[in-house]
Design a protein around this ligand. Sequence first.
Ligand SMILES: Cc1ncc(COP(=O)(O)O)c(C=O)c1O
Length: 327
Amino acid sequence: MLEHGGKLRAAAMRFGIAHEEWVDLSTGINPRGWPVPTVPPEVWRCLPEAEDGLADAAINYYGSPMILPAAGSQPVIQLLPHLRPACRVGLLSPSYAEHAYAWRGHQLVGLEFNTIDMKLDDLDVLVLCNPNNPTGHRFAPSTLLGWRERLAWRGGWLVVDEAFADATPEISIASHAGLPGLVVLRSMGKFFGLAGARVGFVLAWGALLSRIAEELGPWSVNGPARWVTTRALQDSAWQQTARKNLVIDSTRLADLLKKYKLAPSGATALFQWVISPHAQQLHESLAKQGILTRYFDSPKSVRFGMPCPEKEWLRLETALQKFQDIA
Ligand SMILES: Cc1ncc(COP(=O)(O)O)c(C=O)c1O
């Protein structure tokens, strides 16, 4: 199993700091997620039904009817490699490591952002995150659609993981789902702050969606999670406010990090990413002060999620000051 952010209880044990004392900046989950109301009792009692409104809400939000819900994007990430015979798969590094892990039975081709176009004709599948986690790199929709066309012509796939695209919908190609060879993954965990509900979506052409549906089986997303997701996807007023707030918070976080000579190398609205030769010491120093960040070994870097409420900003600033004093 790979390392991920969000393991607060393990950090509490390792650093001897009580769970409730921690500021968790180790994930890219919106700390001001969609406000979940009380779920009606019958939603807990009844079996989930396909006609419960989730499909319509998702079609409207993502702009394509070629969509299937899943228990997060993770199960689909794990399933896709089993739906093709062994082939050449291009992946970026660093990126969300579960992709490379899932495709490891295939021939993996490591890519740089600027070599993709050159190497594309040697690939059967190209897997990207847009924006990328943790570098924040963004691909223009026109570039992605061009690559999709070149791959699909030979029976290849373009897999675009848009887990962090909700704050910047203009970079999404979800509305193009249905085109041969295009697979788009979406998550309710990040922008909507509903990571615990375990809901995501896969968008693709009909035959692939049918295969995925078959593999996932019935009731793959539970009723309460479907109920909550439907309402979050319908709440466009909340979405607009959240987008504005996240831009403000992300800029504020970048400014704070710059103040302590930790200028970010990349970002999305949900995190800032800092490359530093002292990344490990920074991560450890913050953890000893009860602030959990996500450390990456290659390149040596730390990813910061958004603090919230105000006292978390204060805790972070105090901890950065202390790190600067001892460094
Ligand atoms: C880029 C990216 N894609 C997908 C996932 C999986 O998200 P989920 O299964 O919660 O939808 C993550 C989780 O961290 C991620 O960072």
